[in-house]
Design a protein around this ligand. Structure first.
Ligand code: NAI
Ligand code: MG
Length: 341
């Protein structure tokens, strides 16, 4: 039977890097079952044309696809009536509760960490209200942290740490100020190794914790102290972009949105309107996201082949896009990866 992959390039450079990931998957040949790609729509451009940012056909992706790759959306920074980010909605609809973001440097100084970001709640429940008071407008947002979501993301973090050489989980929080919400997150993740049914499984995993602001500081000073960093949604979003700076570019950092029954690869970067349409977007984050997706589907050898080829191209340093100091185009980088494959 074939492997059915939904492709959702969405906006901006998503349309440039998702085709690059597709070409890479196609080049794997007999390492994978026969591939079947399904093109699906989403995005702000789509919203401006049709009034819907996330069509039902895309929400129903699990019906026709085994996994998916998402590009990026150009969500505006102002409120647009009727619009809401399709990627935030899709993560929630498909219950892709873990956003797993490995940040690894190919060159020294070595960074080898994974940000495990809770993907369904925190401030991203987007319950915001605006009221008019005597002294001006007042905006409020709800921040939701549940024991259930904290427990499942915590369990995911411990499972990932168990499979890594250093076996360390660092809980990122701000419980010194937000003692109720972040307090619940911290306490719930800390308790994961003592859950009924876990029975010693995580005994070899060390637990550390760090307040989010100093975690960013230490990430820049001594990134080697981190292995698996588990964080509520917003902190995880910010930390992973920060970590991307350590390895040279956002254009290198992949992720997967993972649930219990579906996985969707997605580069960590956004739609990069500043370089859109110039053919110079770095495709490596999207290509690595395809590899990560394959890893979650248990096609380890195929994923290894992609990662080896990507690392070779980076290390060689001859064919790189401008974000990494090179002069090459997106297509030239893809060709270099394919040659290596
Ligand atoms: P961004 O990640 O799109 O870009 C930040 C900077 O990194 C820019 O200078 C960009 O040129 C560069 N960059 C990012 N990816 C690159 C790549 N593959 N190759 C070379 N350079 C790359 O973040 P920004 O500019 O803050 O947001 C732009 C739009 O993207 C916004 O509308 C935002 O809402 C959206 N966005 C969407 C995300 C998603 O779909 N998951 C995530 C983050 C932002
Ligand atoms: Mg982000």
């Amino acid at each position: 039977s074939s492997l059915r992959i939904g492709l959702i390039p969405a906006d901006g450079i998503g349309r440039e890097v998702i085709p690059a990931a597709r070409r890479t998957l196609e080049a794997l040949g007999s390492d994978l079952p026969k591939l079947e790609f399904h093109d699906l729509l989403a995005g702000f451009d789509l919203f401006t044309k049709t009034g819907a940012a996330l069509p039902n056909e895309t929400i129903d992706i699990e019906g026709g696809c085994d996994a998916a790759l998402f590009g990026a959306v150009s969500s505006p920074s102002r409120k647009v009536a009727g619009y809401s980010s399709p990627i935030v909605a899709l993560r929630k609809e498909l219950d892709l509760y873990a956003n797993i973001r490995p940040v690894v440097s190919v060159e020294k100084p070595s960074v080898d960490l994974v940000v495990v970001r809770e993907n369904t709640e925190c401030l991203y429940v987007k319950q915001e209200t605006l009221t008019h008071t005597d002294s001006g407008r007042e905006a409020r947002a709800t921040r939701l942290i549940t024991e259930r979501a904290s427990r499942r993301i915590g369990t995911m973090a411990f499972e990932l740490a168990l499979a890594r050489p250093r076996k360390q989980v660092t809980i990122i929080h701000k419980s010194n100020v937000l003692s109720v919400t972040d307090g619940l997150f911290r306490e719930t993740v800390r308790a994961v190794p003592r859950l009924p049914g876990v029975s010693g499984r995580f005994d070899s995993v060390a637990i550390a914790e760090q307040i989010v602001d100093s975690a960013v500081y230490r990430l820049f000073r001594e990134p080697e102290i981190y292995d698996v960093m588990v964080a509520p949604n917003l902190y995880g979003d910010i930390l992973s972009d920060a970590a991307a700076a350590l390895v040279g570019s956002l254009g290198l950092v992949p992720s997967v949105n993972a649930g219990d029954s579906f996985v969707m690869g997605e580069p960590v970067h956004g739609s990069a309107p500043d370089i859109e349409g110039q053919g110079i977007a770095n495709p490596l984050a999207a290509i690595r996201s395809a590899a990560l997706m394959l890893r979650h589907l248990k096609y380890e050898d195929a994923a290894d082949r992609i990662d080896t080829a990507v690392n070779h191209v980076i290390r060689e340093g001859r064919v790189l896009t401008p974000d990494l100091g090179g002069k090459s185009k997106t297509d030239e980088v893809v060709e270099a990866v394919l040659r290596r494959l």
